[in-house]
Design a protein around this ligand. Structure first.
Ligand SMILES: NC(=O)c1ccc[n+]([C@@H]2O[C@H](COP(=O)([O-])OP(=O)(O)OC[C@H]3O[C@@H](n4cnc5c(N)ncnc54)[C@H](OP(=O)(O)O)[C@@H]3O)[C@@H](O)[C@H]2O)c1
Length: 298
């Protein structure tokens, strides 16, 4: 059963995919009066059964509450909803909490659009699975005007008790979330590529798994060391130079070649180390590779 509804606790949620449903459900469990809209009606009905009020149109959802969370596939989907349903006049005095993943241009354009139509905007990026919302392991990066973030604080705290305020530049959550996703994405792609190599070479995945646990155990600490070394400008002291790492990665490439696996990842890694050597970083710590990525090379 829902907790008693507080009159300040009304919120609309537009977009009930995996994340939007998780968001709406978290608000319901926290005792909010939640109005929901989604393109496919089945997802609305499922939340109505849990205590939400279903809206017949996105306009009804925007008008139902001062604070409106939007969580869709991308900003293009939100623009389609706005255009198709003629929402231009609905944002006056509304506070939009935009949690859709976007590009920097789209995030900026959207800010101008909402402010230009009399609305207020908090823009953010969810950095956890829907199941983690509202727990200590949730993570939510937000930006917006200080008064708007203050207005949204109670709702944001329901989603992520220690949500992060990145300031007024609404592009910051996108930048930080994408910067973090480079690491997550490449680490996971690396594991999958390693599996392909191991399997092609007749190594059992149980053995691979056991050794991944051991070898991988240094990674969290090593990541922190690299970030601190870059922050402190200390990239010359090293246990293993960029040259040594480059040789190791060349050996991976030759094993991949011998086993006949696809070398798309190894080719990309090789070009990073070749560039590092070209600009004279060979004897430095791996942290110095940041210089390779600092700016687009001509
Ligand atoms: N899932 C996660 O673990 C996770 C984690 C962090 C961030 N996010 C971000 O959260 C956002 C939503 O992700 P999700 O996992 O919820 O995606 P999803 O399950 O694929 O849901 C997408 C939502 O967008 C709606 N939609 C897409 N195109 C539309 C259109 N043209 N018109 C109207 N509605 C449209 C879908 O409506 P229908 O139901 O009608 O198709 C659905 O509600 C994304 O930006 C994602 O990057 C997700």
């Amino acid at each position: 059963m829902n907790k008693p509804v507080d009159s300040d606790r009304g919120v609309s949620v537009i977009g009930l995919g995996a994340m939007g449903t998780g968001i709406a459900r978290t608000f319901i469990h926290a005792g909010c009066q939640v109005s929901v809209w989604n393109r496919s009606r089945g997802k609305v009905d499922a939340l109505v059964a849990e205590g939400a009020a279903g809206c017949a149109s996105p306009e009804d959802a925007v008008r139902a509450n001062d604070r409106v969370v939007v969580c869709l596939t991308d900003y293009e989907a939100w623009k389609t909803i706005i255009d198709t349903n003629g929402l231009d006049t609905c944002f006056e005095d509304r506070c939009l909490i935009q949690l859709t993943t976007g590009t920097l241009d789209r995030v900026r354009e959207h800010e101008q659009y909402i402010l230009g139509h009399g609305g207020r905007l908090a823009d953010g990026a969810v950095m956890c699975y829907p199941r983690d919302l509202g727990t200590e392991t949730s993570s939510l990066l937000m930006a917006g005007a200080p008064d708007v973030l203050e207005e949204c604080d109670s709702l944001l705290s329901m989603l992520a008790p220690s949500w992060t305020n990145l300031g007024e530049d609404v592009r910051k959550p996108t930048i930080l979330s994408r910067a973090l996703m480079v690491d997550v994405g490449l680490s996971l792609i690396g594991v999958v590529n390693g599996v392909a190599l191991a399997r092609a070479g007749g190594i059992s995945l149980d053995v691979f798994l056991e050794h991944t646990r051991n070898v991988g155990s240094i990674i969290p600490e090593e990541k922190i060391r690299l970030i601190e070394a870059i922050r402190d400008g200390n990239t010359s002291e090293t246990q293993a130079s960029i040259n040594a790492w480059g040789e190791g990665q060349k050996a991976v490439r030759s094993v991949a070649k011998a086993l006949g696996t696809n070398r798309i990842l190894q080719d990309a890694v090789s070009s990073i180390f070749e560039e590092a050597e070209r600009i004279g970083l060979g004897q430095d710590d791996l942290a110095a590779l940041e210089k390779v990525f600092e700016s687009e090379q001509d």
